[in-house]
Design a protein. Structure first.
Length: 403
């Protein structure tokens, strides 16, 4: 489902409570300030400073400097109760922005091309709203402003720093503004939402020589070509047709001259899947194939395989909470989209491994306004009406869970 083929649903803004509607100008202003000053992972100093400054001015309890630039804000309800966490990522991408807008990035080669500026603005003003309405919920809400989602990953270091403790978090929710869905929709499902993300690098060592005398060589380019082809059999023949998986070779470098057979070829790629069981099958088969192909051609190899993020797997109960809130808020039935899986990865997965939770997509594309470019595109932008919708959903989740 792609936003470019969908028109935005009519968004009934009267479903957003007036106190949240009144925040919209400040929300937009803050989001645009963040957009102008994008920062890469673990370097979100200006972003963290702006978040902390607002929390301080609003009198909201918070701790800074967690996992370098992370922040946790704590808002307490009018009486004891459960603890719900809300997570927002803050980092940007190494992309040169091409949007011609007054709030375009002022940092050369860095851009908020995935909506994290919106996530931060939504979470920050959710904290503001809850701090001003403690009578509407019981227990505690911890709002986690996380660095480095785009890499190398800030969720795990924040968990190791204890952000889910003192008080212990009972459940966690988070959202991703999503230009693959139109404004006025919410993508939510139980189980796997986003794929595990893993990577590999392989160096194939052959024997170089003259291009006209191939019998004296072991052609590393020929070997690597066979490897690339053979790797596609993993998904085709080792993964059930009812499962989803991807093995992609994204880089292949070899040779320096047209008449020289290269002695070395280097390739790298990514592996994606939902089912955790495939996390053992795919890397094992990948090395078996590389080893077998190299042996059959008389080449050798070195393989480096690493796991970046596990799959994002939502708890059924917390997903139902988000679904019920969304169903009562956005236009139904088309407004709640259950089939919204993506092979993209997200380190929200580490939080979901630690406590029950739900990560969901908030439709943000509006083709009518030319706001439907995909994530990580140099012209990515989104309809800022989604900001208030995000706060309303978060607040309703708090009111339903913390009571």
């Amino acid at each position: 489902m792609f936003a470019t083929s969908l028109n935005p649903l009519p968004v009934d803004l009267s479903r957003i409570r007036p106190t949240i509607q009144a925040l919209q100008p400040a929300l937009v202003e803050l989001r645009r300030r963040l957009h102008q000053r994008p920062e890469l992972g673990f370097r979100e100093h200006l972003t963290s400073e702006l978040v902390a400054q607002n929390l301080h001015e609003w009198g909201i309890e918070h701790e800074t400097g967690i996992a370098k630039t992370g922040i946790v804000a704590t808002i307490r309800g009018s009486k004891p109760g459960p603890v719900l966490a809300i997570r927002a990522d803050m980092d940007a991408l190494p992309i040169q922005e091409e949007n011609d807008v007054p709030y375009r990035s002022q940092h050369d080669g860095v851009m908020h091309a995935c909506g994290h500026d919106g996530h931060t603005a939504i979470a920050l003003f959710t904290a503001y709203y809850l701090a001003n309405h403690p009578e509407d919920f019981a227990g505690t809400v911890k709002i986690i402003f996380q660095p480095a989602e785009e890499g190398p990953g800030g969720a795990k270091p924040m968990i190791e720093a204890g952000v889910l403790k003192n008080p212990d978090v009972d459940a966690i929710i988070g959202l991703h503004l999503w230009n693959n869905l139109p404004l006025g929709t919410v993508g939510v499902r139980s189980g796997a939402l986003m794929a595990a993300s893993e990577g590999f690098r392989c160096t194939i060592q052959g024997k170089g020589g003259h291009g006209a005398i191939p019998q004296q060589t072991v052609d590393s380019i020929l070997v690597s070509a066979h490897v690339v082809n053979a790797l596609q059999t993993i998904v085709a023949r080792n993964v059930s047709p009812l499962e989803s998986a991807v093995v992609t070779v994204g880089e292949l470098h070899a040779g320096k001259a047209l008449n020289v057979i290269a002695d070395t070829a280097k390739m790298s790629g990514t592996v994606r899947y939902f089912n955790p069981e495939l996390g053992e099958i795919i890397p094992r088969r990948l090395e078996q194939i590389i080893s077998g192909v190299c042996q059959s051609h008389g080449a050798s190899y070195e393989l480096d395989y690493w796991r970046l993020y596990p799959a994002v797997i939502n708890d059924a109960g917390i997903a139902e909470l988000v679904r019920s809130v969304a169903s009562n808020f956005v236009e139904t039935p088309a407004g709640v989209v259950p089939e919204c899986q993506t092979m993209g990865g997200e380190d929200m997965s580490f939080f979901l491994q630690a406590v029950p939770g739900c990560y969901f997509f908030l439709g943000s594309a509006n083709p009518i306004k030319d706001l439907a470019y995909p994530h990580h595109h140099p012209r990515f932008d989104f309809d800022e009406t989604a900001l208030g919708i995000g706060i309303e959903i978060f607040v309703r989740c708090v009111e339903n869970f913390c009571r």
